[in-house]
Design a protein around this ligand. Structure first.
Ligand code: HEM
Length: 194
């Protein structure tokens, strides 16, 4: 009479426990969301990967015009352009091992060469990620200053002395010949008069 009841209760309790543990398992490991599932993005690791891609995507979406970033060269608002990437180093100025002055001097222009010339360590390059805020529209970046003065100096300075030198090359021998001829004539005249 009472055999079935405890058995039923036992089965009922076991089923309830199973259902509970299933729910617990589901809450820990939620089923994959097909909209987020991809071969490279496991749902278990979603928080880690998504935070990394979010940082990249969020920053990657921002594209600055050169003129805009070149204005940020003050102590309270200092941006750097290095290898096409834009860094807001305002908060880093005081902590920069190379000093704040070099960073301020490198702002308002393409600082790639200055940065590379120092030979920054891998640690320094990793540190940069913290200050990364976006990319620059490469079409808006003016060509490096070096090109202009070089072509200017070559065409301007070399042309003028070259021209003068060529004229003098002709004139000086002519003058010497003329003088020699003149003195010869004078000498002959003096001889005939004597
Ligand atoms: C976000 C950008 C930058 C970061 C995170 C950064 C970071 C660092 C770090 C960590 C160092 C210590 C040495 C090393 O680990 O390499 C350093 C040194 C230095 N940095 Fe930077 N830097 C940045 C940009 C620049 C720029 C644009 C210049 C311009 C010239 C510069 C000039 C220097 C100099 C002169 C030193 C001292 C080197 C020495 O004493 O040996 N840095 N920087």
């Amino acid at each position: 009479m009472s055999v079935g009841a405890p058995g039923q209760r036992l089965i009922g309790q076991t089923t309830a426990k199973l259902t509970d543990s299933k729910n617990l398992f589901k809450s820990i490991f939620p089923p994959p969301d097909p909209t987020r599932w991809s071969s490279s993005n496991s749902p278990i690791f979603t928080p880690l990967t998504s935070s990394l891609t979010f940082e990249e995507m969020d920053c990657g979406e921002k594209v600055f015009v050169f003129e805009e970033l070149a204005k940020r060269k003050e102590r309270d608002d200092c941006w750097l352009l290095i290898s096409g990437k834009v860094y807001d180093v305002t908060q880093f100025l005081e902590d920069h091992p190379g000093g704040d002055e070099v960073l301020l001097a490198a702002s308002g222009k393409d600082a790639t060469q200055d940065f590379e010339d120092v030979g920054h360590s891998d640690d320094a390059r990793n540190m940069m990620k913290k200050y990364y805020i976006g990319e620059v529209d490469s079409a808006t970046v003016p060509p490096p200053n070096k090109i202009k003065p070089q072509t200017y100096s070559v065409t301007q300075k070399d042309d003028e002395p070259g021209f003068l030198f060529k004229i003098l090359q002709f004139l000086v021998p002519l003058l010497i010949l003329g003088l020699a001829f003149g003195f010869q004539l004078l000498g002959k005249k003096e001889k005939t008069e004597a």
